[in-house]
Design a protein around this ligand. Structure first.
Ligand code: PMV
Length: 362
């Protein structure tokens, strides 16, 4: 769709060296994407909240190659000012797959410096923030060199499309507050190949909304998301799951339009537990929740029953608990975390986050 062989620079009129920097956040899916086909295409539509504090900064420098330089992609790379062979290789391999979309990349010497606002070992997935930051840098570069992405909606759509190729969930990080990825008749303009903004379809209370991430374990996941998605193909519940996700999506959309927190929270929790139940019912079966995850879930449910406060939990593909609540009860909830939940976190670590306005060029 976005392949474009005409995006080639004229060597008789080379561009000046330049630099582009984006800050892009992570996101938390409320309706989960779990199971895919083809080239990172989702089996069901997903809906996420865009975060604010958990983000990646990425700086891309470029210079036009001299005559006689190699025609291969040329990338130097640093993560938190240090060389990082594993990340370097991963990004270079990804960029190589993107040359049909950005053929001019081979005409440039590229340098990427990147880092996350949260510790690398925090157990917070950085693929959504890093892949969206990279996609945004590449789209800005294309626009700078060719003026071909002047329309902001078209810019975002291509950035989302490219981010998806790096990590499916990353395509949702491009948009403020909330996003939908996956074709559904319920939201106009949706596609399996990129996400769309949901800002105009949600109640204002979701724009002042918190997601404090309780870090139960910083250990590397025993099963990657890639392997987890693949196991859905043999999962006996997969078809029922995709139908369930569609049905919950419809209910969630109504609840988010209306500002119905109780329904929102019930679906967020059901989706988190379904994701982990799918892992447990995969063959081979695996489990990413830890005893501390369950201890926190029990306490959150009890706290809600005792106080009536709309506080809900979610999980990503890991043991850490995301605590979701509206801004108006922040003092009560932060005290609850401090007094009762922190003790279950590794070294008492909590990453405070909230729903944000999406990526920014800096
Ligand atoms: O984007 P991936 O391939 O890492 O998959 C992410 C899947 C979940 O985070 C578990 C759910 C989601 O929709 O973000």
């Amino acid at each position: 769709m976005y392949e474009n062989p005409r995006l080639i620079l004229d060597s008789s009129n080379p561009p000046e060296p330049g630099q582009i920097t984006w800050r892009s956040p992570s996101n938390l899916a409320i309706i989960k994407y779990w199971g895919k086909y083809g080239q990172q295409l989702p089996r069901n539509p997903s809906l996420s909240l865009t975060l604010a504090a958990s983000c990646t900064d990425m700086m891309l420098d470029y210079t036009f190659k001299e005559e006689g330089d190699s025609h291969d992609l040329d990338l130097t790379f640093a993560f938190h000012q240090e060389p990082n062979e594993a990340f370097h290789a991963k990004i270079l391999a990804f960029l190589n797959t993107l040359t049909p979309f950005f053929p001019f990349l081979k005409q440039l010497n590229l340098n990427i410096q990147t880092g996350n606002s949260f510790p690398h070992s925090a157990g917070i997935a950085s693929s959504a923030s890093s892949m969206s930051a990279l996609a945004l840098c590449l789209c800005s570069l294309e626009d700078l060199l060719f003026g071909s992405l002047q329309d902001p909606a078209e810019f975002d759509r291509k950035a989302s499309y490219i981010a998806r190729l790096g990590s499916g969930s990353a395509c949702r990080s491009i948009f403020p507050y909330a996003a939908v990825w996956g074709e559904t008749s319920l939201v106009p303009g949706t596609s399996d190949t990129y996400a769309v903004p949901l800002e105009d379809h949600i109640h204002d209370l979701f724009k002042d909304f918190h997601d404090d991430i309780l870090i139960v374990s910083t250990a590397e996941k025993s099963v990657s998301s890639r392997a987890g998605h693949a196991l859905m193909d043999g999962n006996p519940y997969s078809e029922a799951r995709y139908a369930q996700a569609r049905s919950r999506f419809a209910t969630l959309l109504d609840a988010m339009r209306a500002g119905d927190l109780a329904t929102f929270g019930k679906i967020a929790e059901d989706e988190a537990l379904t994701l982990h139940a799918l892992m447990m019912s995969s063959n081979p079966s695996y489990m990413l929740m830890r005893p501390e995850s369950i201890a926190i879930i029990d306490k959150v449910r009890q706290y809600r029953a005792d106080t009536g406060h709309p506080v809900y939990f979610s999980l990503d593909a890991g043991p850490n608990i995301h605590l979701l609540y509206p801004g108006e009860i922040i003092h009560e909830v932060r005290a609850f975390i401090e007094d009762h939940l922190k003790e279950h976190c590794e070294d008492g670590y909590v990453q405070q986050d909230w729903v944000g306005e999406g990526p920014e060029e800096i």
